[in-house]
Write a protein that binds this ligand. Sequence first.
Ligand SMILES: C[S@@+](CC[C@H](N)C(=O)[O-])C[C@H]1O[C@@H](n2cnc3c(N)ncnc32)[C@H](O)[C@@H]1O
Length: 252
Amino acid sequence: MTLHIIGIGLDSEKDITVKGLELVQKSELVYLEVYTSKLHCPFINLAKLYGKQITLADRAMVEGDNNEILEHAKTMDVAFLIIGDPFSATTHLDMMMRAKKEGIAVTVTNNASILTAVGITGLQLYKFGKTTSVPYPEENFQPETAYEVIAQNKKNGLHTLVLLDIKQDQQRFMSVNEALTILLAIEEKRGENIFPSSTLCVGCARLGSQDPTIIAGTAQELLAKDFGLPLHCLLVPGNLHFMEEEAMGMWR
Ligand SMILES: C[S@@+](CC[C@H](N)C(=O)[O-])C[C@H]1O[C@@H](n2cnc3c(N)ncnc32)[C@H](O)[C@@H]1O
């Protein structure tokens, strides 16, 4: 029948749109993708407000070959819920394309995303360059992509949004402090003066909630700050317009 791909926003069960809620309520099955982001409320709150049982979908269920979500959507209305916006930062394009190839009708309901929520800092959204992410380093996996993207964006005077790793199976969510430690270690190793400890940064936590934490300061200063509960992300400003400078003053 139809696969409804629905963004449910950044904070709690209450961030779903009226349109999204109506689609959830008419769906026979409801799945929530839980491995690329996190709400600031327990999952049970969603089930209570929506009046629906919700199946948590991990990476294997969403990206695996035998996709039960798509199988069910062939015969009934299925809601596939994405935290934030379905096509921002996380790409669930594959899901939509697979559905369309199999002749399943698809609807998309957009919502707020971390990509736009960072506008609260005063850094102008149209002056952001490429977005990047910092993964947890592993024995044979210590990528330096974030450092390189920051370098490229800085060269062009652009801001960088750095998204931080999530290990959903271990309930580990990278903090601003962990990300800074990783970036400073790359600087120490490469010595290219891209991310010295004096780099101005803005650490953000729980954007979209009623108690966000936003602190601007040097990387060294932010290392010692407590950003509280997840989720966190890091901004590295490029060239600042005087209005942006003034906004930075608000968060120092
Ligand atoms: C892959 S992105 C999420 C994309 C999501 N579909 C969206 O539109 O927001 C997940 C990462 O973004 C950051 N993030 C997401 N929501 C956040 C929030 N409310 N506050 C701070 N950082 C957040 C974290 O670094 C997290 O690991």
